[in-house]
Design a protein around this ligand. Structure first.
Ligand code: URP
Ligand code: ZN
Ligand code: ZN
Length: 492
């Protein structure tokens, strides 16, 4: 006996067709018209869209960063993603400085294996490319890791130099891997920040002054040029502004194997309205690269339309706005800045440190914001309902393209016979208002607070098993699976 999704409209990156979808076990076994219900459990999808579960290839669950640890882990983060229609994601393993890539991988496996509720993969963020680490890179393929991430920013934390980037690209190219970059000139940022602070410019809005669009454009161009020289596939993460988009567009016009993503927040938030909000409110919106201007929003929508950008992710990395409650200093000392879920479980008022760490110094505000649950609803409302993109492009941007670029297709990223039955049953008429009050993310604010949306996943299936049914959670810890990925993925 299988599950038969009847009378829905199947949306893929190429088509929208009225069809029935039969799921047997964990995969789609048949797509057709008037499939006999036989002994199957029937899900009536009249008036609904059937879409492949969303894929978000840019998340940071339980990341140690900025003096604390991001709030959502492979438990709460997964539940929130699924309530938003996302069934797979790729998180960033961080190589510990002085350690090996496999040390980082072991850490991420320990964070994820028992908790995972949806499917997931790992990118490898290389922070310390010693010779032996360089030699270790090809062995990542045996672990199903095909993507290396390098930070051109965060000096003295994660930043690598150009030699390292160039060498990593050569090794990646030789092994059918892809290099991802956080493209900002970290050396320039490290000069600008202390100057601003010395001038008394300590409020959250000066975070944007310390990381102007030019330094994102410059670093993007540098990475694009290196990709052209090495013929290494390049994927620029969280692109925000015109100089960066222009650099990517130029590289693509030259035939370089370069691609890019933006994140949902970069279409909506501005320095003037959000980062410069009264008091310390702007800290909620501190992320790197910074949010920009309405002009840049237009540039990004255009890049989505004309195919310069391939994916819309979240860079989900959320911290309490009002964190640091309860005896957190003692806990941090005794537990080496770990075990925050246990700390918070002791008392509902306890919170790990968050954005308040940067009161009086914007450079100390932990970078990042919540978004995994909101991504598809916001993109549907402002992409599809507003007429900027059609449902097929929506599926392409939020599921199919990331599956292809990162070697998970067609297991993930489409509805096809033989694919995993990761299905979002989408009600285009369902209305909802995004709010911290209703979110499943571990957060005390929403960057989309009060945003009305029309169109929402009402049921979500992971490999044939229903994990979201309206407001009810049916998933379980440990049922999410690690997805090993294939090298030599296509350039889109
Ligand atoms: O502000 C951000 N983006 N935080 C997460 C780390 C990163 O740079 O992606
Ligand atoms: Zn980044
Ligand atoms: Zn990130």
């Amino acid at each position: 006996m299988g599950t038969l999704f009847k009378n829905g409209t199947v949306v893929t990156a190429s088509d929208m067709v009225r069809a029935d979808v039969l799921v047997e076990g964990e995969i789609i076994s048949l797509i057709g018209q008037n499939i006999d219900a036989a002994s199957h459990e029937v899900v009536d999808c009249s008036g609904k869209y059937l879409m492949p579960g969303g894929i978000d290839v840019h998340t940071h669950l339980e990341l140690s960063f900025g003096g604390t640890v991001s709030n959502d882990d492979f438990d709460t983060g997964h539940m929130a993603m699924a309530f938003g229609g996302t069934t797979s994601h790729i998180d960033f393993v961080i190589q510990p400085i002085g350690g090996s890539l496999h040390d980082g991988l072991a850490e991420w496996r320990a964070k994820s294996t028992d908790k995972a509720q949806i499917d997931y993969g790992f990118h490898m963020a290389v922070t310390d490319l010693r010779d032996e680490v360089m030699a270790e890179i090809p062995s990542l393929l045996d672990e199903g890791i095909t993507s290396l991430k390098l930070f051109m920013a965060y000096k003295n934390v994660y930043q690598i130099d150009d030699t390292t980037l160039f060498k990593a690209m050569q090794v990646a190219a030789d092994n059918g891997m892809i290099v991802m970059v956080h493209a900002e000139n970290g050396d320039v940022e490290a000069e600008l920040t202390p100057r601003l602070l010395a001038e008394g410019k300590t409020d959250p809005k000066y975070h944007a002054s310390s990381r102007p669009p030019e330094i994102e454009g410059e670093a993007t161009n540098r990475a694009v040029v290196m990709s052209g020289l090495t013929n290494c596939p390049l994927y620029v993460v969280h692109m925000t502004c015109e100089p960066a988009i222009e650099a990517l567009r130029r590289g693509r016009a030259l035939g370089y194997p370069v691609m890019g993503e933006t994140c949902v927040q970069y279409f909506f938030l501005t320095v003037d309205e959000h980062l410069a909000a009264p008091g310390f409110e702007g800290a909620k919106y501190v992320c790197s690269p910074p949010i920009r201007s309405t002009h840049d929003h237009g540039v990004l929508w255009q890049a989505i339309k004309d195919g310069t950008l391939q994916h819309v992710s979240t860079d989900h990395c959320n911290f309490w706005f009002e964190g640091g409650r309860g005896p957190w200093q003692e806990w941090a000392k005794a537990h080496n800045n770990k075990g925050w879920v246990e700390f918070e479980a002791q008392d509902p008022t306890y919170r790990r440190p968050g954005k308040e760490l940067g009161q009086g110094n914007f450079a100390k505000i932990p970078n990042g914001m919540p978004g995994v649950e909101d991504r598809l609803m916001v993109m549907w409302e402002h992409g599809v309902n507003s007429g900027r993109i059609d449902p097929t492009r929506f599926v392409e941007l939020t599921s199919t393209n990331p599956a292809k670029i990162f070697g998970m297709y067609p297991k993930k990223g489409t509805l096809a016979v033989g694919s995993d039955a990761d299905i979002a049953v989408w009600d285009p008429d369902k209305e909802h208002v995004l709010s911290v009050e209703t979110t499943h993310m571990r957060t005390d604010y929403s960057v989309y607070e009060g945003m009305p949306i029309k169109g929402k996943p009402i049921q979500v299936y992971l490999r044939g098993k229903k994990i979201v049914d309206g407001d009810n959670w049916l998933g379980s810890n440990g049922s999410g699976q690690y997805v090993p990925r294939q090298a030599h993925a296509p350039i889109l």
